[in-house]
Design a protein around this ligand. Sequence first.
Ligand SMILES: *Cc1c(COP(=O)(O)O)cnc(C)c1O
Length: 437
Amino acid sequence: MEIFSNTQKMIAKKIDADTVISNWKDWKWQVRHTIRDIPTFEELLGIKFDDEERAELEKTISIFPLSITPYYLSLIDAADYKNDPVYKQSFPSPSELLVEQCDMEDPLAEDKDSPAPCITHRYPDRVLFLVSNVCSMYCRHCTRKRRVGNIDSIPDKSEVRKAIEYIKDHTEIRDVLLSGGDPFMLPDDHLDWILTELDNIPHVEIVRIGTRMPVVLPYRVTDELVDMLKKHQPLWINTHFNHPKELTNSSREALRKLADAGIPLGNQTVLLAGVNDCPVIMKQLCRKLVKNRVRPYYMYQCDLSEGLAHFRTSVAKGIEIIENLIGHTSGFAVPTYVIDAPGGGGKIPVMPNYLISWSANKVVLRNYEGVITTYTEPESYKPPYCDGHCSGCNMHMSIEGGDESKSVGIAKLMCDHDPVISLVPENTARMERRADE
Ligand SMILES: *Cc1c(COP(=O)(O)O)cnc(C)c1O
């Protein structure tokens, strides 16, 4: 047993020390004992809200419910809880009830882009598959806040089957991203069934799981779970650490087990005001992650979901953080900063500008130190002409039929073989005038 934190001692005092010690690392016990009401939270943390505050908090959780695992709660520093990043991510704030004009119920239009139950199909070759709508800990900054705690929306087996059918019927899908809710809330055998079904679809090349369990309930990563996951390679896992404080011994142990099983690990962090909107914190987080074999993958601008206004930062803050990472630390410790486009446009990367100017044969660049330099472009470079059919190409790569049909967006504008010369928004007055003529 690890040394008890003060909060853990508190929990032990309230529940019964022996029970707590013997069950602490049992994830099902942790789930059964999630803290779901304000008085229990106050009691366990040894704090007291005044009546007005408590009433506001009660009102908040009646709309956006509360759930914290005893493990995650034990990370809160009771002496300074109001500034604690774990507290801020897990405990409600009455600010969640302030809806701003730009807020949306489903900002990423995940429901609109859903051709089958539990599926969001936004990109050409991959889908998001929501296999669970429950979590052990409810992140206050959840982008799917509209559904948190909504038991009715837990997909049943027939819905999951329909989703699997959709993936079977669409041979362009080569990457399936299991998310939720937390897929690791499912029993091992249920998850095993889903993964086996996906393994049996020939065109599905990789499966990914998005889970916050290594952060909020690391004991979920049992040897049995890892043994089951190992059978389903190639499987990638993305987790969600937001603050260096979350990388505890227990968390690191969960990450070690997954990495030792040969599962590549990534991290998706959300830029949150008051939690990690600081270059020093973010750099330490990224360094700690790579030290534990987790590759920082994305840093998200906080979405426009209802109830998240108090968590949002300016985009400038995100760019400032990336400016403090690129060049300053290992390249693979730098996540890609993305804004998930409202309306369903997908993830859009944003970063500082390094390309300062351009002449006929030179680009002018600046590095992280402020050095301004030039790169002279070759005078005689001739890009190979591409007709979209790899079979006629001499680059030692014959791809049946080429990739012609898949040219999309700006890439389509750039390609040699497509006659399209511009992308024009629909319904502009100019286009309507043309149609009238
Ligand atoms: C994020 C996301 C993906 C995966 O995007 P990657 O950039 O490949 O990680 C797929 N589908 C949806 C709907 C997503 O939001």
